[in-house]
Design a protein. Sequence first.
Length: 113
Amino acid sequence: MHEIKIAEDLSAIVLETAKRESLSKVTRVNIIFGQLVQIVPEIFEYAFRETVRDTIANDADVFIEIVPVKMKCIKCGNDFLVKENRFKCNVCFSTDLDIISGKELFIKSIEGE
Ligand SMILES: [Zn+2]
């Protein structure tokens, strides 16, 4: 259930940003997660709602975008999307890979008034 810890961290950032931007209300939060973060969106959203309860982000809509896992083969240079956790180059079958995307975990933007 790492969703709770992540929700706490991200809600702290949301509230800090809202304060810095002098918002009186946060209406929308756009969050990016890489697939490797293995978030369950429903659990995350529930945890997030709990952590922002009675704050200016209480009524914010939460939008989650999941970024697929993309890897680059160090051996042959092929880049490919990882499907079903098959961490193997689909050209030369090497397992010597660099992660290009899939580990993201950040707030893309927040909206408010
Ligand atoms: Zn390869």
